[in-house]
Design a protein around this ligand. Structure first.
Ligand SMILES: Cc1cc2nc3c(=O)[nH]c(=O)nc-3n(C[C@H](O)[C@H](O)[C@H](O)COP(=O)(O)O)c2cc1C
Length: 383
């Protein structure tokens, strides 16, 4: 059945297929984005970059925000906790014409981040959250660059923030609000609460709302749209080792039933291509091959690849070595079906989020917290 979903409008941008590649630190670099893009339409967000490192022009940060020449929409995600630095980072992106879309990360649950008040801990402090979003929107507006936010439900079930944060962001003029249906305390465990996404959609009729969490297939994406009424879906772990999911998503949103079901040979070729693109990205073969190792389990999930070969793949050092190993794969092995589907990637277990001292006692910042927040961006990556 055809799913009637119009293109996603983000300010002046129109995304024909209302699908967003979720920013994933260590994953969504130019190499992976290129692979995904080749399969389908959508918005492909880079890994998050910290605003301080960006304004200080750290080489690693400049690499993260780099886009390929043929990326029609250059999308960057910022992680920041200080309104002034966030404003500077947005201004830099806009004035130097380095981005067509900017997203702010308010969803990161990593203890290193939340214990300093950043990521998913931040919307709890409505004064700081408001200042950051207002400043970012103001700077982005100067270049007509749409600015969006991505957040979680809250800190835990007793400290939910998403409805209020959504309204604040809407009032500040964001182009869309994305919600990952988990609390910080859940990390990546359990299941995403799509009913919260539906509630947010209902609470914000005047701004696009994007739903995120546990989309493992095109069918899941369609189901999320039907159940929640969102304007688009944000897909993270489901595409790890499976860039062709974006082909399935585009097909589903166009009402087509065809799905990409690669045999082992095609998966091996995609894996090799990913490694080659990482060599281009890192400009260093050794580093790229170390990086591709973490993708082994995702690409070959469910496929008939023995433990010994998997172990060897997870230790490759050169493209030549990789080619030799991939040549030993069974070229006739077909798509394994359900074994290749379902959840993949980070899961973990729920735990109490690490927060700054007395963070939950008030919805606004006290003097100590304001002082400490300045140090919150140091030494952060991943979300
Ligand atoms: C390895 C990894 C890195 C991530 N990095 C980021 C990030 O940089 N910024 C962000 O907003 N979310 C980050 N996330 C969260 C995802 O964007 C997404 O919200 C989350 O995985 C839930 O979606 P999913 O169920 O489709 O995976 C990361 C998730 C994973 C698994």
């Amino acid at each position: 059945m055809r799913l009637e979903l119009p293109p996603l409008k983000l300010g002046r941008l129109t995304i024909d297929t209302p699908v967003v590649l979720a920013p994933m630190a260590g994953i969504t670099n130019t190499a992976f984005r290129r692979l995904c893009r080749e399969f389908g339409g959508g918005l492909y967000v880079a890994e998050m970059v910290t605003t301080r490192a960006l304004v200080e022009r750290h080489p690693g940060s400049l690499r993260i925000i780099k886009h390929d020449d043929d990326e029609a929409v250059r999308s960057v995600q910022l992680y920041g906790v200080d309104p002034v630095t966030v404003g500077q980072a947005v201004r830099m992106l806009v004035e130097e014409d380095r981005a067509d879309h900017i997203d702010l990360n308010f969803g990161c649950p990593v203890p290193k981040v939340t214990k300093r008040g950043g990521g998913s801990a931040l919307p709890w402090k409505t004064d700081l959250f408001t200042q950051i979003v207002q400043t970012a929107v103001r700077e982005a507006d100067k270049g007509s660059v749409p600015l969006t936010i991505k957040m979680r439900k809250g800190i835990d079930e007793d400290h939910l923030t998403y409805l209020e944060a959504g309204r604040i962001a809407r009032d500040a003029g964001v182009a869309a609000v994305a919600l990952h249906g988990r609390t910080a305390a859940q990390f990546y465990s359990g299941t995403a609460d799509w009913s919260a996404i539906a509630r947010l959609r209902e609470a914000l009729p005047d701004v696009p709302v994007l739903g995120n969490g546990d989309i493992w297939s095109a069918e899941d994406a369609v189901r999320m749209v039907r159940e929640t009424g969102v304007d688009g879906v944000v897909v993270g772990r489901g595409c790890q080792g499976r860039p062709w999911l974006f082909g399935d998503l585009q097909a589903a949103f166009e009402g087509r039933a065809d799905r990409i079901r690669p045999g082992l040979k095609d998966v091996g070729e995609a894996f090799f291509r990913h490694a080659e693109l990482l060599v281009e990205y890192f400009e260093e073969e050794g580093r790229a091959l170390r990086d591709i190792r973490k993708h082994v389990a995702w690409y070959f999930k469910g496929y008939a690849v023995g433990g010994e070969l998997r172990a060897q793949l997870a230790q490759v050092n050169t493209l030549e070595e990789l080619r030799g190993l991939l040549d030993t794969l069974d070229a006739e092995a077909p798509y394994p079906g359900v074994d290749a589907e379902g959840p993949r990637g980070r899961a973990g277990s729920p735990k109490r989020p690490a927060l700054p001292h007395r963070w939950l006692e008030s919805r606004t910042m006290d003097a100590d917290q304001s002082r400490d927040i300045a140090a919150a961006e140091l030494d952060v990556s991943g979300g």
